[in-house]
Design a protein around this ligand. Structure first.
Ligand SMILES: Nc1ncnc2c1ncn2[C@@H]1O[C@H](COP(=O)(O)OS(=O)(=O)O)[C@@H](OP(=O)(O)O)[C@H]1O
Ligand SMILES: Nc1ncnc2c1ncn2[C@@H]1O[C@H](COP(=O)(O)OP(=O)(O)O)[C@@H](O)[C@H]1O
Length: 206
């Protein structure tokens, strides 16, 4: 199969654009990029933030690593190269949701800084909010909600993040949420407050 060259592809401008969609919906779109070890709370927090935004009548959607790996990325494993491709694809999908006027919440381990920075570079300043779900390896392993740490320790899962594959912590995330030491409701409030302070969503009058 020949790869289409850029000269054979023509970009089609849409008659309805992101600004029109954001105006209609009454809020900005954004990429809220959760990153963290397995068991750090990405899926739980992403789902809870998504539910809170829904209750406010806002349009948001969660892209979750586990789920996406059942479909779009079911062909990918957990080698460094496979994870890079996984995050490359999700960065592009998140960019489409952004243009669709949606607050897209991605919940992927996304362990490598370079991969996360490439996803960030796909969009403009103010569109990408990196949220580090900060829980120690010990806290995540103590939780082990899917029993994966026990399997990894037993050598049953190769390249397991934190055990036999690296996790590169964000150096300057837009937000660091201490999921290892606070209740879920507190973490949700922290994320919502960030989105309000950045003007993505309106604050609810107290
Ligand atoms: N080897 C290995 N390393 C890390 N995680 C593993 C692995 N094998 C399976 N799982 C499960 O897959 C989920 C991580 O998938 P992601 O797409 O988020 O990973 S990555 O961003 O490509 O690194 C991750 O989901 P979460 O626990 O929700 O993070 C794991 O449940
Ligand atoms: N503040 C918090 N935020 C998110 N999850 C939390 C928090 N406190 C405790 N937890 C628990 O930690 C676990 C996180 O699991 P999960 O959401 O699957 O993590 P991940 O998606 O990063 O693998 C869940 O059992 C969740 O109930």
């Amino acid at each position: 199969m020949t790869t289409p060259t850029a000269s054979n592809l023509v970009w089609h401008e849409a008659s309805v654009d992101r600004a029109a969609r954001e105006k209609r919906r009454g809020h900005r779109s954004a990429i809220v990029w959760f990153t963290g070890l397995s068991g750090s709370g990405k899926s739980t927090l992403a789902n809870a933030v998504n539910a809170a935004l829904f209750e406010r009548g806002l349009v948001s959607y969660v892209l979750d690593g586990d789920n996406i790996r059942h479909g779009l990325c079911r062909d990918l494993g957990f080698s460094d190269a496979a994870r890079e491709e996984n995050i490359r694809r999700i960065g592009e999908v998140a960019k489409l949701f952004l243009d669709a006027g949606t607050i897209v919440i991605t919940a992927f381990v996304s362990p490598f800084r370079a991969d996360r920075e490439r996803a960030r570079a796909l969009v403009t300043e103010g569109d990408f909010y990196e949220v580090h779900c900060a829980a120690t390896l010990a806290a995540c392993e103590a939780r082990d909600p899917k029993g994966l740490y026990a399997k990894a320790r037993a050598g049953a899962i190769p390249h397991f993040t934190g055990i036999s594959s690296p996790y590169e912590e964000p150096l300057i995330p837009e937000l660091r949420v201490e999921t290892g030491g606070q209740a879920l409701a507190e973490s949700v409030e922290t994320v919502l407050r960030m989105l309000e302070e950045r003007g993505v969503i309106s604050a609810i009058p107290s």
